[in-house]
Design a protein around this ligand. Structure first.
Ligand code: ZN
Length: 55
């Protein structure tokens, strides 16, 4: 684990709150907010992979 600052894959702002992530065919994408995540999801529907089961 390192704590490299990530930026939102939609709008490019720094991600202050982790947790808005998506698994895509291009790798993990991170977003600054639920809104950016939702928009990315709409625009890239065919790239989104199902969430792995976490428990
Ligand atoms: Zn964003």
């Amino acid at each position: 684990m390192n704590d490299t600052k990530k930026v939102c894959d939609l709008c490019g702002l720094a991600i202050e709150t982790p947790g808005f992530t998506l698994n895509t065919k291009e790798g993990d994408k991170g977003f600054c907010c639920e809104g950016c995540k939702g928009i990315y999801q709409l625009l890239n529907e065919d790239q989104i992979l199902p969430e792995p089961e976490q428990d």
